[in-house]
Design a protein around this ligand. Structure first.
Ligand code: BES
Ligand code: ZN
Length: 461
């Protein structure tokens, strides 16, 4: 953690000029796009945003339109700014308008939280070294029979229909009525996947309209260890909160992929050793807010998350390979595990790339030391350009959702090989190294052979 406080630590000239530029009031609006809808009254008051230094021009544009906005810290590659909650939408819009790579920022309720979000090193080409493999996480691949029983059940048409349903909603913006309805719709959809009473589907209230949704399959042997597979439920339009935001790729595709993984596992009566949680995060598009609240709550309660997989944009094949493992704000060890899962079970082509900033909810887990990964649909530079507009529809990405189905197979393999455990039902687990029906068959064969041999022996005698 960098410890240098406030602007005193940066060269005085740079600091002074930036503060002078940012703390302006009522400047002429130079923004060409329409202003976003005002945020609701419930979402007012100071917020602390950690933001890439190179995106400070967006903060300046917000200051010009809305008045004072303070740079509290400018420390290396990351700045901390104070902004009113009502201006967060405008800040998101400005970042997207000015930075082809989007920008990326995290919103925090306190200055201390924002400081804590600044990574030890912000070199995007390196995964966080604190994520060295823990002894208990040896990333073994020893559940081939279970994985091979489940993967063929992944159904692209179901993924397509879930994307269609979610993207038919006018917007899933985190403060909108339809954004809240999307969460309740998903809760009912996930609840319908199984009648098992031990499987729960809960809404997590964050204090704004849209809750997050969490489906929990409790672990049979190591319930205190949690594997998280998630995506974000909200969508956003650059034109403001009231504008259409179908978000078919960003990120109905991820939610539909997560849903299909949960469906195939539950259809095979999967009984994991570790607890598996499927998460649909609220409010990712406005600073990873839902996932941050959940991750921080887990950290506070001492919940041990052993791995987190983020599925954000899975259905647009923009590059020459199928899957791109994002290498920054993620765990190098878990990424290597994913590479082996792809080679062993999925049979897809893959490469590595970087976002260059905390581009999605994996960063919330990474920040608290949880091994996190984000398999992505394309090279970053080739990503779907329709996102955050009304053009982000199913037709623009893979209309048959075959691309997303590849990610569902990877995520299902990840769930089984990290969650371990068994498939329920009469044939479940056959061929696995542990707990399968194979030992029973072998015993029966041995017993029969013994009987035959003793019969033979008695006849000879
Ligand atoms: N799905 C995007 C992130 C993304 C976009 C990754 C393009 C790779 C290529 C995500 O929903 C998003 O828009 N994130 C924000 C950052 C967040 C901290 C507000 C972004 O990229 O601006
Ligand atoms: Zn987005």
């Amino acid at each position: 953690m960098r410890s240098a406080p406030f602007l005193a630590v940066v060269p005085a000239l740079i600091a002074a000029s930036i503060v002078a530029l940012i703390v302006v009031s009522g400047g002429a609006c130079r923004c060409t796009g329409p202003a976003p809808e005002p945020e609701s009254a419930a979402e007012a008051g100071p917020r602390y945003v950690s933001i890439g230094r190179d995106a400070l021009d967006a903060a300046l544009a917000v200051a010009e339109q809305r008045g004072a906005l303070h740079v509290l810290d400018l420390d290396g590659d990351v700045a901390v700014i104070e902004v009113d909650a009502r201006d967060l939408g405008l800040l998101a819009e400005q970042i997207h308008a000015r930075h082809d790579r989007c920008g990326g920022f995290m919103v925090h309720d306190s200055y201390a939280d924002a400081r804590a979000a600044i990574p030890v090193h912000t070199d995007p080409s390196h995964a966080d070294p604190s994520h060295a493999v823990r002894p208990e996480l040896d990333y073994t691949l020893d559940r081939p029979a279970a994985v091979r029983a489940v993967l063929p059940a992944v159904d692209a048409t179901r993924i397509r229909e879930t994307i269609r349903a979610l993207s038919a909603m006018p917007t899933r913006y985190y403060q909108s009525r339809t954004g809240a309805e999307a969460a309740r719709w998903l809760q009912a959809r996930w609840r319908s996947l199984t009648g098992r009473p031990d499987v729960t589907v809960e809404l997590v209230d964050h204090g704004y309209a849209q809750p997050s949704v969490i489906l929990t399959v409790p672990g049979a042997a190591r319930a205190d260890e949690v594997v998280v597979i998630g995506g974000h439920l909200d969508s956003i339009s650059l034109l403001g909160a009231a504008s259409a935001a179908p978000g078919a790729d960003d990120d109905a595709s991820g939610i539909a992929t997560v849903t299909e993984v949960a469906r195939v596992l539950l259809a095979h009566d999967y009984r994991p050793a570790r607890t598996i949680q499927f998460m649909a995060y609220a409010a990712e598009e406005v600073g990873l807010r839902g996932s941050q609240l959940i991750a921080r709550d887990y950290q506070r309660r001492g919940v041990r998350v052993v791995g987190a997989l983020q599925l954000d944009m899975t259905n647009y094949r923009g590059s020459d390979k199928d899957i791109w493992l994002i290498n920054d704000h993620t765990s190098a060890a878990q990424n290597a595990f994913l590479g082996r899962l792809i080679d062993t079970y999925v049979g897809a082509t893959w490469g590595t790339d970087v976002c260059g900033y905390a581009c999605s909810d994996h960063a919330s887990w990474n920040r608290i030391g949880v091994p996190a990964s984000m398999p992505f649909e394309a090279r970053f530079r080739d990503h779907n350009r329709a996102i955050h507009t009304r053009r982000d529809t199913l037709e623009v990405s893979d209309a048959n959702a075959q691309h997303a189905a590849t990610f569902a197979r990877l995520a299902a393999a990840y769930a089984i090989e990290l969650g371990k455990g068994e498939l329920g039902g009469p044939d479940a687990g056959a061929g696995d190294s542990r707990g399968s029906s194979r030992p029973i068959v072998a015993l029966a064969v041995l017993a029969l052979a013994g009987l035959a041999l003793s019969g033979l022996a008695s006849r000879r005698a």
